[in-house]
Design a protein around this ligand. Structure first.
Ligand code: IPM
Ligand code: MG
Length: 359
């Protein structure tokens, strides 16, 4: 049966990078006779402009029916002033929640060719290969009550609720342990159990689940220490599992260790491994429309999509190998450029990956 993908280019650099990912998709679809089909829908600011809401019903319906979703990025200053409940980011959070995409996989893998682009010394980062498993549909991002209220004395007060039920913790812990079994068999659970009850429960439940995975070593770290260890000795990590907010922060930090956040793909999966795939970086409005954005994170997101949701591991490997070859050729977008390499734009980078695939 043929499989269908929904492409959500989104805002800022989203359309530029998704266009390059689409070229790569076209190439592997033919080369590996995958029989994939796809179409575009709107999400984020682009959807607000067209329909007045960041996640229109037609987009949500198409995403529900699709076998996988590829997303560029959402948001930008143009929509920052509008009412909070219909801002672009709300569209992203809503699609995650509606499709139950609770497991967010954010690998941080350093390509040897880019060791010099990292802000850390090469000996600290070379060989880095860690995976952050971030819970994506719970915690303080979605907890109720939330809001900004006016107190009796007239002062404004903002509040959110960090809340996790046992079942939410259990299912993300299983994902982390199962991924660790296919890697280096180590899971680090990140919490703030010395202060927050919600993460005290997190730590207990992850420990309970670990009993079912005797081949995987579990350890725990407070989030402040984890943030420090990530820049001190990042190679100590294999799989890091954590809640929504800590995962948001630590995954940007881990991404930067690899030289550029422009290199990192991500997957957000439901229980059936249906998923939405997106680069870890945002919509980068400051460079949108200039043709200089790095499309590799989105192209590598296509590889993850082929592997996790579309059962096409060979095509996934071919894309990853093609990206390696393009880096070997010395091609670099501005974000990963260094002395002695060749600076190219978004389109030239996408074309080079297609050529490496075909060649
Ligand atoms: C991410 C982003 C989103 C998040 C924003 C855009 C809502 O930072 O995917 O990490 O906080 O989850
Ligand atoms: Mg983030």
């Amino acid at each position: 049966m043929s499989q269908h993908i929904v492409l959500l280019a989104g805002d800022g650099i989203g359309p530029e990078i998704v266009a390059e990912a689409e070229k790569v998709l076209t190439q592997v679809n033919e080369q590996f006779s995958l029989g994939l089909s796809w179409n575009h829908e709107l999400l984020g600011g682009a959807a607000i402009d067209a329909h007045g809401v960041p996640l229109p019903d037609v987009t949500l319906d198409a995403a529900r029916k699709a076998d996988a979703i590829l997303l560029g990025a959402v948001g930008g200053p143009k929509w920052d002033a509008i009412e909070r409940s219909i801002r672009p980011e709300r569209g992203l959070l809503k699609i995650r929640a509606e499709l139950n995409l609770f497991a967010n996989l954010r690998p941080a893998l350093l390509y040897p060719q880019l060791a010099a682009a990292s802000s850390l010394k090469p000996e600290i980062v070379s060989g880095l290969d860690l995976l952050i498993v971030r819970e994506l549909t719970g915690g303080i991002y979605f907890g109720q009550p939330r809001g900004i209220r006016i107190l009796e004395n007239g002062e404004r007060q903002g509040f959110n609720t960090d809340i996790y039920s046992e079942s939410e913790i259990r299912r993300i812990a299983h994902v982390a342990f199962q991924l660790a079994q296919k890697r280096n068999k180590r899971v680090l659970s990140v919490d703030k159990a010395n202060v927050l009850e919600v993460t005290e429960l997190w730590k207990q439940v992850v420990t309970e689940v670990s009993a079912e995975y005797p081949d995987v070593a579990l350890s725990h770290m407070y989030v402040d220490n984890a943030a420090m260890q990530l820049v001190r000795a990042p190679k100590q990590f294999d799989v890091i599992v954590t809640g929504n907010l800590f995962g948001d922060i630590l995954s940007d930090q881990a991404a930067m260790l690899t030289g550029s956040i422009g290199m990192l793909p991500s997957a957000s999966l439901d229980q059936q491994k249906k998923g939405m795939y997106e680069p870890c970086h945002g919509s980068a409005p400051d460079i949108a429309g200039q043709g200089i954005a790095n499309p590799l994170a989105t192209i590598l997101s296509v590889a993850m999509m082929l592997r996790y949701s579309l059962n096409a591991p060979l095509a996934a490997e071919a894309i990853e190998a093609a990206v390696g070859r393009v880096l070997d050729q010395g091609l670099r977008t501005a974000d990963i450029f260094s002395e002695g390499t060749t600076r190219v734009g978004t389109k030239a980078m996408g074309d080079a990956v297609v050529a490496a695939l075909a060649g």
